[in-house]
Write a protein that binds this ligand. Structure first.
Ligand code: ZN
Length: 302
């Protein structure tokens, strides 16, 4: 880490140029695919955007590569999730801040006293805030405000893009509510690989159980598997779910443990939790991801 930090210091020192040099566009670096998608919607082709993490990448475990340091160094602004989601990048962002680089945690756009607490997680809060649609609305407003401060000439265009996106989010909520209604209250129990869906659960009145904790850095133990096996049998749960950014073996081990007790449980499909689907597909966008998840969950559990 020390070596990387030294390199970072050197890179930052030698290239603190003016903002918006070269093609004149604000250079933005983002971390997760959800943030990249949101900032792309607001910034459109008025900004130059570089996302660090791709589809299927787990932000809890992600470490910056040499190529990432080059992107970060060239950036005018860095948008990241915050609340310790990007657990291994925290030091990198702190260092960037010390060197007067603009780093923005999108979680600052959300009222802190409404966050779901998590006393065992580093930030004391559950960082999976993108699953709260009202938060995503607030974060879109916050990102627009911060982009406009950095690039006031394009503020009006950013606001038009924001309003267009907020309209789409409103339509999304209506569509999701309609689909969720197909699932009676007693069947709204979601068992997944890790604790990414608490905000989803709060929004749509689901009980949520994750095999691993809030971060995938904590492995599921034998006791977790036993406890959740009993829970699945007691509640006659039909399906459990894998996540695209977490190895499927823990969920498969849980399925095997349940089946060994003569209770059938299927793998209901793959959900996108901490990363969107492949670029260029519907699931590669926030809106497409959310529709895919809700359709997969409702169809498997009803
Ligand atoms: Zn997570």
């Amino acid at each position: 880490m020390k070596k990387i930090m030294c390199l970072l210091t050197v890179l930052v020192l030698i290239s603190c140029g003016d903002k918006k040099e070269e093609n004149g566009k604000l250079k933005v670096v983002t971390t997760t695919t959800m943030i990249t998608d949101l900032v792309e919607h607001i910034g459109g082709d008025l900004i130059e955007i570089n996302g660090l993490m791709g589809s299927g990448i787990d932000p809890h475990l992600y470490k910056a590569s040499q190529g990432d340091f080059r992107k970060l160094d060239r950036a005018d602004v860095i948008f990241y999730n915050g609340l310790h989601l990007e657990g291994k990048l925290v030091e990198v962002f702190e260092k960037m801040n010390e060197q007067a680089k603009t780093t923005i945690a999108i979680s600052d756009g959300v009222a802190e006293n409404t966050l779901i607490g998590s006393e065992y997680f580093a930030s004391n809060y559950d960082p999976h805030i993108w699953f709260d649609l009202a938060y995503w609305n607030d974060i879109s407003v916050y990102v627009t405000k911060r982009l406009s401060e950095l690039d006031p000439e394009n503020a009006a265009a950013f606001e038009v893009n924001r309003d267009d996106y907020l309209k789409k989010l409103k339509e999304l909520k209506i569509d999701l509510d309609k689909k969720i209604e197909e699932l009676p209250k007693e069947k709204r129990i979601l068992v997944t690989a890790h604790d990414a869906f608490n905000y989803f659960g709060r929004t749509f009145d689901f009980e949520v159980v994750g095999l691993q904790g809030i971060s995938t850095a904590t492995e599921a133990g034998v006791k977790d598997v036993q406890r959740i096996t009993e829970f699945i049998i007691e509640n006659k749960i039909k399906a459990i779910f894998i996540e695209s950014s977490v190895p499927r073996r823990t969920v498969e081990a849980l399925q095997a443990a349940v089946n060994a007790q003569n209770h059938d449980v299927i793998i209901g499909g793959e959900l996108f939790s901490d990363a969107l689907g492949s670029a260029g597909t519907a699931e590669g966008t926030y809106i497409g991801m959310y529709k895919h998840n809700v359709n997969t969950i409702v169809n498997a559990l009803k």
